[in-house]
Each structure stands twice: as C-alpha cells, then as structure tokens.
Design a binder for this molecule. Structure first.
Ligand code: PYC
Length: 404
C-alpha cells in the first residue's frame, strides 16, 4: 500500500558506509546479492556490505541472454545447475517479485554425427541425474519449431537435437533486484558507486578492503565480480587461470510470437529465444581475444545475422534494436571457480564465463553456506580453485558460446 501517500521504496533507504563489517561482498550483481540474501536468510549473518562499483545488476547480470537450463555434460555440472534451476522455479514467490520465469523447452541442434553423439552422451548423463533431456529427430523438431529451416539453406543440415524440456528464460535484472531487496530487508547494506581498490591481509588472513569511499575492516571477503575476477584476485596475490573475453548479444525489434522454445546451435554459434515483448534475444560465441571491454561491434552482428539466417531465413527483414557486451571470466575447463582459497577469509565466486546467470540462486546458496561454515559446500567442491593444481579439471563441454 501507499506509505505517507507515496509508493513504498523498492529498496530500503541506503545507510552510511560503516568502518567494519563481518562480511564484504564485492559485486552487486545477481551472484553477490544472492549470496548476501542467503547469508542473512539461512545463516542469520546480516552484518554484510555488498559493494558495487556501478549500479545493482548493471554488469553481466543485466547483459546475458537470460537462459536457464541444466542439460550439462558433467555430473558435477548437472547436479549444480539443476539445483539452481529448481530454485529458480519458486523464486518469484520467495522473493515476491515477478521474474517472468518462463519454461520454454530448449533445443541444442546437432548438425553432424559427432555433435549428435555428444547430445546422446549429455542426454544419458542428464537422465541418470533425473534431468529431463532426450535426443529428438528432425520430425519432432519440425513439429515444435515450424519456422526453423532444418536444411540450413543446404549448408549444414540439422540431424537431430538434444531437447531439454525444463529450459527456461527469466527477467535477468529482476533476479538481482529481488535478491537485493530480500537481503536489504534482512539488514544487509547495499552500496552502489563503491569501487573496491585494494584488499588488506594480515598474517595470510583478510583484514579489510580499500574502496573509492574509504577503507573498511572486515572478517571475510567474497569476490562475486565475474568479468573483473583477475583484478580482484591480484589484490590478494592469488593466481588463477581466469582470462576475460567479451561476450556480445543483441535484440531485434518486436514481432508477433513465432518462437516459444529456445534454439541453440553450437556449430553455427547462435542461440535465440523470443522475449515476452516479441523481441528476438540472440548471441554468439565469445570474442576471440582477451579484452576488458563492453563495446559491441559491427563484425559481431554481421556474423551472427549470417548464421541466424541459415536457421530462420525469414528473419532477413528484421531490424536490430540494441547490441551490447558483457565480460566473460573464462576458465580452461569451462566450469566456475568457487569456494575457499589459500587466503583465509577470501572466498571466490568467479570463472563464470558464459554460464553464470542460470547459476545465480545456487551460487548464492552454496557460497553463503561456504562462508558461514568456512568450508566448501559439497555442490561446489568440484569447482574449487585447487583443481588446477591437482589437475582434476571438470571439462564441461555442455557450456554454450564457446568452441570446445
Ligand atoms: O549457457 O545457455 C547458456 C548460454 C547461452 C548464452 C550464453 N550461455
């Protein structure tokens, strides 16, 4: 209802920055805000500050193409992402905000025998873990996606697909707003326009952070700043194999609904869904070179349009409305880097490459558990940083937008 004749504020009034917190979370995107929410809600840890250099959800959270799925290849990936997908299903109610969570069904097209073999492999791993995925033939795809040219103009005909019924899309920035409000209502402080410039350690333990608004002391730091992970880990002298590559995306003008599924082609480097407003939301592979930039290029839209038209020739007359880029924290095995680190009190939630948005609830839940207990939650133990030393890599070939 109205408060003093006005709509109530969405977020509680911002409070002054204190000189000490139990936990500082670097990054006010979906992951950082989800971690803050679960710290407060599940563990009663509320002396928490989320420090965001820009505005809430303005980084990769607001720049992805909003796909939620759990049809990964590795058992570690499937377990983690399916936990996340299930959390997403109830999240609008839990956070009391309409996330426009829309289950669409997700097709990953196979254009070769080799790709079809990988789809079978993924389907079997998925089924084994109770995830609804199966290989379907051209007839089934044609019935469900009638505007798709299965012959791809004769260049690389579709042979079949991995179909994942629970594949979904959601309103990405609302996920950040919902977690942020849920955390703030439980006492967490959200500080925007607050850039972390350094992290102080004493005797191998985190002691505080320096920010563009002054220095703070703290007991723990969570780095949830995917796209900036190497800048943050350098502050504590922690080497990681994370390298940042731009990932570009775009939307078309709105048109009448014609596509109610999500369609992905790894071979053509295209993924596309139609938003509730009628726009085509599209993206391609990460850019080929390491670069810390959110510029989007003509080369990207030219290449994407060329390959999109192999799948949907009638889209030739569509106009593009917007294009942009996020910054993807790529890892050598296409899996995240999460949990405790050799620096006591410094926790890492990074390496989110092209697979971060769908992980938001599970990463928040498991990182909060990890911070509260001082050891890795079992779901993220396989994603620990030390796997690169023990050579126990995850090898997640179910990751999209990357060349495997
Ligand atoms: O993992 O589904 C995905 C995805 C789509 C675009 C980038 N990542």
């Amino acid at each position: 209802g109205l408060v003093g004749g006005r709509e109530p504020r969405f977020f509680p009034e911002e409070r002054p920055l204190k000189s000490r917190y139990d936990v500082v979370i670097i990054g006010g995107g979906g992951h950082g805000l989800a971690c803050a929410y679960y710290l407060a809600k599940e563990h009663g840890i509320t002396d928490v500050a989320v420090l965001e250099q820009g505005y809430l959800g303005g980084g990769n959270t607001g720049r992805n193409t909003t796909i939620v799925r759990s049809n990964y290849l590795t058992p570690e990936g499937v377990r983690f992402y399916d936990t996340s997908r299930r959390l997403f299903e109830d999240l609008s109610g839990e956070l009391d905000i309409n996330l426009f969570y829309s289950t669409r069904g997700h097709y990953t097209l196979a254009h070769s025998d080799g790709a079809l073999r990988t789809m079978r492999w993924r389907a079997e791993v998925n089924k084994h873990h109770g995830v609804d995925s199966r290989v379907v033939d051209r007839t089934a795809i044609a019935a469900d996606v009638p505007f798709l040219d299965l012959d791809c103009g004769g260049r690389s005909p579709v042979q079949g697909a991995l179909y994942h019924a629970p594949g979904a899309v959601a309103r990405h920035d609302a996920v950040a707003w919902g977690f942020g409000r849920g955390a703030a209502n439980r006492g967490v402080e959200l500080h925007q326009q607050t850039r972390v410039t350094g992290i102080r350690t004493e005797g191998g333990r985190v002691a505080g952070v320096s920010t563009s608004r002054g220095d703070l002391e703290c007991g723990a730091v969570v780095s949830a700043a995917a796209g900036s992970t190497p800048r943050i880990t350098d502050m504590v002298g922690l080497p990681t194999p994370v390298r940042v590559f731009p990932l570009q995306a775009c939307v078309s003008e709105p048109v009448k609904p014609f596509l109610d599924t999500i369609v992905v082609s790894g071979s053509l480097h295209v993924y596309v869904s139609q938003s509730s407003r009628g726009e085509l939301v599209m993206g391609s592979a990460v850019d080929p070179a390491v670069l810390h930039s959110t510029r989007s290029s003509f080369e990207f839209v030219e290449g994407l349009a060329d390959r999109l038209l192999d799948l949907f020739p009638f889209a030739a007359r569509l106009r593009l409305m917007r294009q942009w880029a996020g910054m993807a924290d790529m890892t050598p095995d296409f899996a995240p880097v999460m949990g405790t680190t050799p620096v006591a009190g410094f926790y890492l939630d990074g390496g989110w490459g092209t697979w971060g948005f769908k992980a938001t609830p599970a990463s928040g839940m498991t990182m909060a558990w990890t911070v509260a207990n001082g050891r890795n939650h079992e779901l993220i133990e396989p994603f620990r940083l030390s796997r690169f030393d023990d050579l126990r890599l995850v090898g997640e070939r179910g990751a999209a937008s990357v060349g495997h």
